[in-house]
Design a protein around this ligand. Structure first.
Ligand code: FES
Length: 191
């Protein structure tokens, strides 16, 4: 039943005013109670909705700037972007040559090296194994890098090459390439 005030059919009382009939009183109380309930729900929902808006610090992390100045050839750095590790590797000429020489027919997830790299010698990939989400090894020079010189995921034995492409093991896909841009020769913005 809708919360409306019903027209009164009660007789006039002293002074000409109409006393509400029982049904009308009940409807009136329902309306008042409903209004309080609506205010109460609104008061609870608003902070909840407000809390769903991203905070300024979260928005700031939507992109991550990387200074490449001190990443020497053969070295790699890991930066965090939107809660995930991103591998930035300064590849050697040999690593680039090996990545470019692989025929697409040898690849489980066929992608050329050129399609995964914006500017040589830098390879930038999300450091999350596409099998079950472990972080592969290979960022430190002392880490195992697998049979193809890129990264090795010890969780179940996935091997990635120097373009971050899956070459052996259970992972189905290459390491993802994030959106990024070079803002100068030594500054990269990821995201
Ligand atoms: S999570 Fe990497 S091989 Fe299973």
């Amino acid at each position: 039943m809708a919360d409306t005030l019903a027209p009164s059919s009660s007789p006039p009382v002293e002074g000409g005013a109409h006393a509400p009939a029982d049904g009308t009183k009940r409807d009136f109380l329902k309306l008042v109670a409903g209004s309080f309930a609506a205010v109460g729900v609104g008061a609870i929902v608003w902070p909840f909705i407000a809390s769903m808006n991203p905070a300024k610090d979260v928005l700031a992390l939507a992109s991550t700037d990387v200074d490449l100045t001190h990443v020497a050839e053969g070295q790699a750095v890991t930066v965090m972007w939107r809660g995930k590790p991103v591998f930035v590797r300064h590849r050697t000429a040999k690593e680039i040559e090996e990545a470019q020489a692989v025929p697409l027919s040898d690849l489980r997830d066929p992608q050329t090296d050129q399609s995964r790299v914006l500017r040589e010698p830098w390879l930038i990939v999300v450091g999350v194994c596409t099998h079950l989400g472990c972080v592969p090894l290979g960022q430190k020079s002392t880490d195992p890098r697998g049979d193809y010189g890129g990264w090795f995921c010890p969780c179940h034995g996935s091997h990635y090459d120097t373009a971050g492409r899956i070459r052996r093991g259970p992972a189905p896909l290459n390491l993802a390439v994030p959106e990024y841009e070079f803002r100068s020769d030594t500054q990269v913005r990821i995201g």
